[in-house]
Design a protein around this ligand. Structure first.
Ligand code: NDP
Length: 336
């Protein structure tokens, strides 16, 4: 495993980070979840990403159980707050001081830890003053419940305002968690340059486009059993934006390119996001321990410029690069 600094902080994280969205507490049984976490630890992954909203708290509980007994100092545990949790009451959502203060306590309890290494705003809350949110984060850090603060799917301008306030309040906002993959490159023109200027890293989600870039979904064929696209508990709904024959046919063109690089298609997809030097980690999911073992081999891989160009040629115009999509795909109102 290779490790990278998170933003301009002294914190090192594993460049392949294990994330448990849609899997733990939902798609996979708890024993499989534990095996996946063990496979991650065995492969040298030390960083784990979850959120209070995943399976409405169950994903944090499953991860906390799976990491029990591990040396806390050797792990970096990340979680998030924003989306509605618990019974979904009027204050069980957003980035108000009340929800952040209550949210962190619930997350720590479920994760069975005294602190998280990174606490992230899972989206921008258009209904809470940013000053209130940042003051609450400052207090969470001062209480020792989180060491660093991050954001997810914020625009370049929102990141700039957040970093400015964090400096005034004396804590470190060091990461941005956007979607980024060969298919979804919307951060490249605005979020990445602004983040570089401000000392903020990207930790990127769905680097394999939820499994689509693994090449296992074939145009015109039903998804393999047990895959996310066949998961009626939530996965199928989430992945559907990529599940069209045009995309799937283009993705098949990546197979000879992966072969040429001596990589599997999942490894090629993960290595691709790691070529961007503003990316501190690829947040990779897995529903089976064998997938973790396959995926971690993308660590430290260098892709030459001609190979990167071949990828662009293969994918053509199915790549989404419009920087306006960060704002356009974010909630315009706080989600109740
Ligand atoms: P990926 O793009 O890595 O997709 C992971 C899924 O792809 C797996 O669950 C598995 O699904 C399939 N897969 C993984 N490895 C292989 C392999 N070697 N061969 C074939 N199929 C494979 O990322 P996710 O979409 O899971 O997101 C990763 C993490 O990012 C999340 O867990 C979360 O931490 C974070 N995230 C953050 C968001 C945010 O808003 N901040 C939003 C979404 C995710 P299967 O086997 O079921 O097909």
């Amino acid at each position: 495993m290779e490790f990278r600094y998170l933003g301009n902080s002294g914190l090192k994280i594993s460049e392949i980070t294990y994330g448990n969205w849609l899997t733990h507490g939902s798609q996979v049984e708890n024993d499989v979840a534990t095996q996946c976490v063990q496979a991650a630890l065995d492969a040298g992954i030390s960083t784990f990403d979850t959120a209070d909203v995943y399976a409405n708290g169950k994903a944090e509980t499953v991860l906390g159980d799976a990491l029990k007994g591990e040396r806390r100092e050797s792990l970096e545990i990340f979680t998030k707050v924003y989306w509605p949790t618990g019974p979904g009451g009027k204050n069980d959502t957003g980035l108000s001081r009340k929800h952040i203060m209550e949210g962190i306590n619930g997350s720590l309890q479920r994760l069975q830890t005294d602190y998280v290494d990174l606490y992230q705003a899972h989206r921008y809350d258009t209904e809470t003053p940013l000053e209130e949110t940042m003051q609450a984060f400052a207090d969470v850090v001062r209480q020792g419940k989180a060491l660093y603060i991050g954001v997810s799917e914020w625009t370049a301008e929102q990141i700039r305002e957040g970093v400015k306030l964090s400096k005034q309040l004396g804590f470190s906002l060091i990461s941005s968690q956007p979607q980024y993959s060969m298919l979804w490159r919307v951060i490249e023109d605005e979020v990445v340059p602004t983040s570089k200027e401000l000392g903020v890293s990207q930790i990127v989600w769905s680097p394999m486009a939820q499994g689509v870039l693994s090449g296992k979904y074939l145009p015109g064929e039903a998804p393999p059993q047990g895959s996310r696209a066949a998961d009626e508990k939530g996965g199928a709904d989430m992945i559907k934006r990529f599940m069209n024959d045009d995309v799937l046919a283009r993705v098949q063109k990546l197979k000879p390119i992966a072969d040429e690089a001596g990589l599997t298609m999942p490894q090629l997809a993960i290595a691709w996001v790691l070529q961007n030097d503003n990316v501190a980690a690829a947040l990779v999911g897995a529903s089976k321990p064998e997938q973790v073992a396959d995926n971690v081999k993308a660590a430290g891989v260098k892709l030459e410029a001609d190979l990167m160009a071949k990828i662009d040629d293969a994918l053509g115009d199915i790549v989404e690069s419009d920087p306006g999509k960060t704002e356009a795909t974010a909630p315009q109102k706080r989600v109740a």
